[in-house]
Design a protein around this ligand. Structure first.
Ligand SMILES: [Zn+2]
Length: 239
């Protein structure tokens, strides 16, 4: 059975990721589509990706990658980004991570939440990284935690009242995708958003595919005539 089209009957979303550049591997093309529809989207970056560039010390790489994330986000219509500053490479699924993400959900009160898959492998068979798995799973839980006034009660003292309003939760990069989004029109913006991570991509070396080729491979759907030229596939749960 062909996956259904994603429900776009929502107005605000929070995108949660472990590292600067995570959201740019496909999801940003969807973000560009949605912001052009007038939806308001904000990003939450759990780390600053400071351990992600072998040739640059973390104290320099962190601020550099935060700026690349801000630049890339602006190209798809996102101007509000929160960086939690947790340690890159050492994230663990558990209460502190759930609490931090739930706090941001309560603060931004989104209708929809997007993140990367918590599953162990990607559709191409590649292994998913520990931080991504931890953030994916913690985000799944935080959507429920955000609505429960009896969890993380100290958040109420910070003025963060419960938010049970997340109606759509969706994971990018999942082997269990069940929804599609036609991102043909916003594909170029998605490419530009990944290209903004210039120093990070440069450090991966000349053998690494260009952002356009990489996203063409991930989002292209030439062998399915019913889909658009480019399709974002998500594992989504709505209510
Ligand atoms: Zn990452």
């Amino acid at each position: 059975m062909a996956p259904e089209t994603l429900n776009e009957d929502w107005q605000t979303a929070l995108c949660v990721a472990a590292h600067p550049d995570d959201l740019e591997y496909g999801l940003a093309a969807g973000v560009a589509r949605w912001t052009s529809q007038g939806k308001k989207i904000t990003y939450l970056l759990v780390t600053s990706g400071e351990a992600g560039i072998d040739s640059i010390h973390p104290t320099e790489a962190g601020p550099l990658r935060e700026q690349e994330e801000r630049d890339g986000a602006a190209l798809v219509g996102v101007n509000e980004i929160t960086f939690l500053g947790m340690p890159d490479g050492s994230l663990q699924h558990g209460l502190p991570l759930r609490r931090a993400i739930a706090a941001e959900i309560r603060r931004t009160r989104p209708d929809a939440v997007f993140t990367l898959t918590h599953r162990e492998t990607f559709p191409g068979g590649g292994l998913n990284q520990a931080d991504h798995r931890a953030v994916g799973l913690a985000t799944l839980d935080a959507c429920a935690d955000a609505g429960n006034r009896w969890l993380f009660t100290e958040l109420m003292d910070e003025g963060l009242d419960p938010w049970p309003g997340v109606r759509l939760l969706a994971f990018a990069g999942s082997t269990e995708a069940n929804r599609t989004v036609d991102v043909s029109e916003s594909f170029d913006d998605g490419v530009a958003s990944l290209e903004a991570h210039a120093q990070y991509l440069q450090a991966l070396g000349p053998g690494y595919p260009t952002p356009r080729n990489l996203l063409h491979g991930m989002l292209g759907s030439a062998d399915d005539a019913e889909l658009g030229d480019y399709t974002l596939r998500l594992e989504a749960f709505d209510r």
